[in-house]
Write a protein that binds this ligand. Structure first.
Ligand code: ACM
Length: 530
């Protein structure tokens, strides 16, 4: 078998084969038995460029996964083998030599930090990237090019074919996030890892953890131990809550990194702080600790802005959190500070943002920070609605014009805890009902008037958990909306097309079923009949 190292030659070969009228994989009849191979373009998020050509590749018992001799490339190879071995039943050794098969190669080409190129033909599949993250994202594409049953955990019949052709791909936005609220209900390390795996499938690269709120403080802080042991001892509805030890948090961070996600920890302030105020009386202006809170109201708590101890406390918390967070950001909340006067809010943010910088991190805050003085380099996370006032949008736009980057999480599009319809058994509806089309069918680059396109850092899908308790609850609210968020974050605007998207989305259903992900069978999506 000839090695197909050089992508231009492979492309030439594919084009010649196509010109010679050799069979095109796309649209070709399924094999007489076994699952149907996916057409090359039926991937979410939509790749930047797809050129079907030539015959498919078939993974067989003899296939090797060939990687460059680097630990990161080998790790991505082992990850791919871990996905493919149970369902194919093949050994799929990960090796640095040989020819053909599945090849993961790092190369100085123009793929950016996360981009990749995938070439598929009869002799093999090659994924090329400049960085391991690109190889990882290419592997996610390869998964989706295989039949849905590849996701099962027991041996399946196959055949395991990958349509022929070339995909060239890189993201529109560098920040593509999902937030999990572990405060309203606590989620174990295993539950968070499970969600990370679901996010990685769609090339989401940021996990924002909402670690503190009125109902629970979820991260151990050595210098203020009662935050976790007392402040973390309950949750919405009065359950026992919980918190992450530093070792557990670091385990989440490491696991996320192995899936090329960066963790953004959030400590919400000055509001959403009842769990902290209950843990330490001195943090309250009147020196009296309120009781723990297990309801779902917002806006009733505030750190004491005039007291020095507030900033000593936050210095300790941010220092300790920064020390266990390799990522670039610390999210300081700043939303719904209804019990803090505007003057106090501005003073507070003026004092806290430099603490984040002091510990080497960049500020992210909810977009209310644009009503204060966001520091240089800060990102504001917009969570308004289509009908948020023009004045509020203008305030955000002005900050963006002055250099504040934006993460877009419009609540009536991207909040995964919003009900799909009135009948959705979980979730909330204060931002409206958010069906799949509403969630997908808008352009982050043209959403807020007066915001320069260059100010959009990316998108994020928050999942607030007042009503969300189990893995199945997470899955039902995230699927099928999460892949749409991922697509708006990754794919070029030119690929956005609801009618084409809903067909690609439908093809994900059997994949989720194979993975044990229960999802909302939206009537807007032409799901295959079971
Ligand atoms: C928020 O939903 N309060 C950010």
């Amino acid at each position: 078998m000839r090695p197909h190292h050089r992508t231009p030659r492979l492309l030439g070969t594919l084009l010649l084969m196509a010109a010679a009228g050799l069979s095109l994989a796309v649209g070709s009849a399924p094999a007489a038995t076994g699952p149907v191979a996916e057409p090359l373009g039926r991937v979410i998020p939509a790749p930047a460029s797809v050129e079907p050509a030539g015959s498919p590749y078939r993974i067989t018992r003899g296939t090797h996964i060939r990687v460059d001799d680097s630990p990161a490339a080998r790790q991505v190879g082992e990850y791919l083998a871990g996905v493919l071995r149970p369902s194919t039943g093949y050994p799929l050794p990960v090796t640095t030599h040989g020819s053909g098969g599945i090849r993961l190669r790092l190369d100085g080409g123009r793929f950016g930090d996360e981009g990749y190129r995938l070439d598929s033909g009869p002799s093999g599949v090659t994924i090329t990237a400049r960085k391991p993250a690109g190889l990882f994202h290419g592997v996610q594409t390869l998964r989706q090019l295989l039949p849905a049953s590849v996701e099962k955990k027991t041996a399946q019949p196959g055949p395991w074919t990958v349509a022929g052709g070339t995909i060239k791909d890189s993201p529109r936005y560098a920040y593509r996030g999902a937030m999990l609220d572990v405060s309203r209900h606590f989620f174990t390390v295993a539950q968070v890892k499970r969600y990370i795996d679901e996010l990685a499938l769609y090339k989401i690269n940021t996990l924002h953890l909402h670690l503190s709120d009125d109902q629970g403080w979820r991260i151990a802080v050595d210098s203020w131990p009662r935050l976790a042991t007392y402040g973390g001892s309950t949750e919405v509805g009065g359950g026992e809550g919980g918190h992450y030890t530093k070792a557990q948090y670091q385990e989440i961070v490491r696991y996320a990194a192995s899936r090329y996600l960066e963790v953004v920890p959030e400590i919400d302030m000055p509001g959403h702080t009842n769990a902290a105020l209950a843990s330490y009386p001195e943090l309250n202006c009147d020196g009296v600790a309120p009781p723990l809170y297990t309801g779902t109201d917002v806006g009733f708590s505030s750190l004491c802005v005039p007291k020095q101890v507030t900033y000593d406390f936050l210095d300790d918390v941010i220092r300790e959190l920064a020390a266990i967070t390799p990522g670039r950001y610390i999210h300081i909340g700043g939303d719904e500070a209804h019990s803090t006067s505007h003057d106090d809010y501005v003073k507070f943010m003026d004092r806290v943002q430099p603490i984040v910088a002091k510990y080497g991190k960049t500020v992210i805050a909810w977009h209310q920070i644009t009503g204060a003085h966001p520091v240089k380099g800060a990102l504001a996370q917009y969570w308004g609605l289509d009908d948020t006032s023009a004045a509020e949008k203008a305030q955000v736009a002005k900050a963006a014009q002055n250099g504040t980057g934006l993460i877009l999480s419009p609540a009536d599009r991207f909040y995964l805890d919003m009900k799909y319809t009135e009948d959705t058994p979980l979730g909330q509806d204060w931002a409206g009902l958010v069906e799949v089309q509403r969630s997908y069918d808008w352009d982050p680059g043209a959403y807020l008037p007066g915001v320069p396109a260059s100010a959009i850092a990316g998108v994020e899908a928050p999942l607030w958990t007042e009503t969300i308790v189990r893995n199945a609850d997470i899955d039902y609210m995230a699927f099928p909306r999460l892949p749409g968020v991922a697509e708006l974050g990754w794919s070029p605007a030119s690929t956005h097309d609801w009618n084409a998207y809903r067909v690609r989305l439908a093809a994900q259903g059997p994949r989720w079923e194979a993975m044990g992900i229960g999802y909302y069978r939206s009537p807007q999506v032409p799901w295959p009949t079971r």
